[in-house]
Design a protein around this ligand. Sequence first.
Ligand SMILES: C=CC1=C(C)c2cc3[nH]c(cc4nc(cc5[nH]c(cc1n2)c(C)c5CCC(=O)O)C(CCC(=O)O)=C4C)c(C)c3C=C
Ligand SMILES: [Fe+2]
Ligand SMILES: [Fe+2]
Length: 354
Amino acid sequence: MTLTSPIDPKAAQAAGALLAGPAPAKAGKVGMMLINLGTPDGTDFKPMWRYLREFLSDPRVIELNKAIWYPILFGLVLTTRPKKSGANYARIWNREKNESPLRTFTRAQAEKLTQAFGDLPDVVVDWAMRYGNPSTASVAQKLVEQGCDRILSFPLYPQYSATTTATANDQLFRALMKIRRAPAIRSVPPYYDEPVYIEALARSIERHLASLDFAPEVVITSYHGIPKPYSDKGDPYQAHCLETTRLLRQKLGWDEKKLITTFQSRFGAQEWLQPYTDVTVEKLAKDGVKSIAIVNPGFSVDCIETLDEIGREAAETFHHAGGENFAHIPCLNDSAEGMAVIEALARRELSGWV
Ligand SMILES: C=CC1=C(C)c2cc3[nH]c(cc4nc(cc5[nH]c(cc1n2)c(C)c5CCC(=O)O)C(CCC(=O)O)=C4C)c(C)c3C=C
Ligand SMILES: [Fe+2]
Ligand SMILES: [Fe+2]
């Protein structure tokens, strides 16, 4: 083994000096961490249980007092939902990679961002999940071990919510509590109104509509919901969603009847943000609308909520109620439009660091 000078940061870091022993003066690299929600490792009961337990015991997600919530969570939700949700995940599972689409697409985004950052050799791009794997803690540790003394966190949510953006950043800071030499942190702000994002959505919608053999009378922007009380207490999520749709409408030159907003993915007995997607889809069909398309601007990548709840369930609801033509417009995923958004925001937030 070659002995190296303790003031040579790269050599010292390679020798493990960053995490244990005398620290180099400067580490020098910047970590760029794409953080998505999370996903189960498999569709069987056990991995589904582990994922749902971690997710639904996050107090940012379920604000109920633990003494009330835990008996319901462990006695009811976790005894039934893993099987039911597992069957839904099985329908959309990426069998080639044996993982969920959310993981496949998030990895693809990170790989494409690495390529796009060819001119920034000191930036290390990686990806992590808030719940499940690769865990935020393991990726933070990996980035620090690679010499990152600064990390840019990129929660992949255009619209801010405490239930998503805030908890992703909480988890990163929680991980840093275990690291002696914690890196400096920046976080990409919500981008619900950024022109680059609105432009990407508009181009993607136009491209997909052009490929259909019908013209939808109504296009629905369907966002994941949150419980209404969270919104009433000040979570700006609903306002962010409505603003995204307003800007999109403006960009596409459509009116308020052609592009509407709904909220999907209700969980539990509370009231959630309205109008509900399933109720709206059924009503449109019953009112005589024959052709619709649904787009999910709040999801950075396709996942169970878009592919199964919209692509399958909403389509079935529409057809059963008398609708004829249904299209689900894919999320931006790792498309050229989607990557343009991620790259532009990341470069802006890295300014001064690279
Ligand atoms: C009270 C429960 C939930 C809140 C609040 C919530 C907010 C929220 N979620 C997303 C994005 C995603 N959610 C996904 C799955 C999912 N969400 C909940 C519950 C709440 N979400 C559950 C229980 C699940 C798991 C699936 C199921 O059992 O129904 C996903 C997809 C993950 C995947 O693996 O594909 C995403 C993405 C947002 C944006 C949001 C609030 C703004
Ligand atoms: Fe969710
Ligand atoms: Fe759902």
